[in-house]
Design a protein around this ligand. Structure first.
Ligand SMILES: *Cc1c(COP(=O)(O)O)cnc(C)c1O
Length: 374
């Protein structure tokens, strides 16, 4: 067991609650997105918990993430969302991972690998309806769909696209993407081919755009209890699953005018009390929070004083007292106060996704609830 006073607490019951809330809202199967270490919550424990909750399917970004899940005993279907590279294909097929096929050239590579191994590939065709990332443009996807339908080595399980603006309920982009996607899917009907699972909705789609739910939804951040866009409406009562806590490692009085931390960028106007917290940008706690972010000490919000260092930062607690080993909450609740990852992101000038996925392996994760986890 780690002796480090800093830890991430992951509430598996909150994740279960959020999954149930999403299911109740959409009424279609759910592909839980667990890429990037399950948004910082821990890839394997989160995936095993979602599997225990009966999730229909999981999605990851990279082949390596899918292999790690298989090696940990995850048995539900897993789609790798990212673009594929030819040499990885044996890995996909050997670990029974579903493949995103995003061009005719990649379809040919998949077919060749599947034939060589004598094993059919399970694929999802990626159509680009406006994101301009990976996928065949919806306006030229007919030959792509035809080639996939004709392929003896591919089982087309899904056809999908990705929404660029679903976190903004007012954006007209989503309606346009829905329309383009429907037009692409219609080609299966024209060919008399069976319609694969059509999927489009990320968390923003789940929360704000019922017309994107189709046959399957792909929420990521909502499962972790965080709004994709903190400013938008909250149609679901989500529960944040992650807390980040540490402890005071040092207390001192800083005299008026004496600058604190690198660069001497901040100094108190009058004598004040300052505590040091053993967390820094080397853990993924952003340096952009320097003299901007807040943490909870003694049940009160307190400002970060001066620059965040690699392994430590300082907090101005004014005239209050604090002692070594007192709890410091960076994300989560203390007393009647709470700091959400949304507020941290706002202070750092970024989005909650970047804060969560940035919290790195140096911080031990502790799992609460969810029954026994592996
Ligand atoms: C990351 C990702 C998602 C999940 O996005 P959230 O905004 O976290 O819900 C869904 N689909 C694809 C293709 C993704 O890359």
């Amino acid at each position: 067991m780690s002796q480090r006073p800093t830890r991430i607490l992951v509430d598996l019951d909150a994740i279960g609650h959020n999954l149930a809330a999403v299911r109740g809202r959409v009424g279609v199967p759910v592909m839980g997105i667990v890429k990037a270490n399950a948004y910082g919550h821990g890839l394997v424990p989160v995936a095993l918990h979602l599997q225990a909750q009966g999730i229909d399917q999981l999605g990851v970004a990279f082949l390596e993430e899918g292999i790690a899940l298989r090696q940990a005993g995850v048995r539900v279907p897993i789609l790798v969302l990212g673009g594929l590279f030819g040499p990885q294909l044996t890995g996909f097929l050997e670990h029974d991972l579903e493949i995103t096929v995003s061009s005719i050239a990649k379809l040919r590579q998949v077919e060749a690998a599947a034939e060589a191994l004598g094993r059919k590939a399970v694929v999802h065709l990626k159509v680009d309806t406006g994101m301009e990332r990976i996928g065949v443009h919806s306006y030229s996807c007919r030959p792509f769909i035809e080639a996939a339908v004709a392929s003896p080595w591919c089982t087309i399980k899904g056809v999908y696209s990705h929404l660029a603006c679903a976190d903004d309920p007012a954006s007209p982009m989503t309606a346009l993407q829905v329309e383009r996607f429907a037009e692409a899917c219609a080609h299966f009907e024209r060919l008399g081919a069976p319609m694969p699972l059509r999927h489009l909705a990320n968390s923003g789609g789940v929360l704000h755009f019922p017309e994107t739910w189709l046959d399957l939804v792909r929420p990521g951040i909502a499962l972790y209890g965080v709004q994709p866009d903190p400013a938008s409406a909250r149609p679901l009562a989500l529960r944040p699953a992650l807390s980040l806590v540490s402890q005071v490692v040092y207390f001192k009085v800083v005299r008026a005018g004496s600058p604190v931390s690198y660069g001497a960028t901040w100094a108190p106007r009058r004598d004040t009390r300052v505590v040091t917290v053993p967390v820094g940008y080397g853990d993924g706690w952003p340096r952009a929070l320097s003299s901007r972010g807040e943490v909870l000490v003694g049940g009160r919000r307190r400002p970060i004083a001066g620059r965040v260092c690699m392994d430590q930062f300082m907090v101005d607690i004014g005239q209050d007292s604090a002692f070594n080993e007192d709890e410091v909450v960076l994300v989560g609740r203390q007393g009647g106060e709470a700091i959400g990852v949304e507020a941290v992101a706002e202070a750092a000038g970024t989005i909650p996704y970047e804060i969560l996925t940035g919290l790195n392996e140096r911080i031990p994760r502790i799992y609460l609830g969810g029954g026994p986890t592996a």
